[in-house]
Design a protein around this ligand. Sequence first.
Ligand code: SF4
Length: 259
Amino acid sequence: MAETQIEWTDATWNPVAGCTIVSAGCTNCYAMEMARRLQAMDVEKYKGLTRRSGKRTIWNGVVREDRNALDIPLRWKKPKKIFVNSMSDLFHERVSDAFILKVWNVMRATPHHHYQILTKRPDRMGSLVAKKISDVLPNVWLGTSIENSEVSDRANHLRTIPAAIRFISFEPLIGSVGAMDLTGIHWAIVGGESGRSARPVREVWIDEIFDQCSLQGAAFFFKQWGTWGKDNKRRSKKANGRVYRDQVWDQMPDARLTL
Ligand code: SF4
């Protein structure tokens, strides 16, 4: 619920805290480590969400709905692109349908913002939207994360969900995603992993996504190389930068959205 360094959004809003690992893309989950740090700083909302496992911090399975966070976007008068739940997954099985509907009501009540919801559980997102949400909000973008070909089926769930914008985050890209059907997908974000335990990204995997976006008409946003550069050498994320094919790719799904 704050300004953010994430290149494709303006602010984060976290009505839920806590999660559990679902696939290989979660292994170095930034939110797990951040939750540990926030607990150490005595932030109540993030207490008791993680445990130590060897030298690592991992989620302990507690997922917390934060009713007090629900009205935060109502207080933001200036329009923003808002990433919903950078510290969790809104469609985690322990988040109640009733609470998700409350989040939807906030988004409905604040049409001056654009909301970006990213999940690794698009099957639940699809069934909940189908059963309990009758309208397509023009300010809500629905997305899923795909880190390699093992989870590329998430795109098939996503494309069936009615939404103003559907997007895929290919980050952290840790393997080839192979042939992707991008029918009904408006936007792709691509990025390598960063941090101490980052797994390398390969340029050929990025090329594969770039070419498929070009052919199938999806906007392409290159977020970062991460810890491993184009030359497969390890450096800081900042040093590796955001240049791919000699330019920065900041395409958004609709050119009219200039928030
Ligand atoms: S789904 Fe997202 S928040 Fe949850 S463990 Fe995986 S990366 Fe972290």
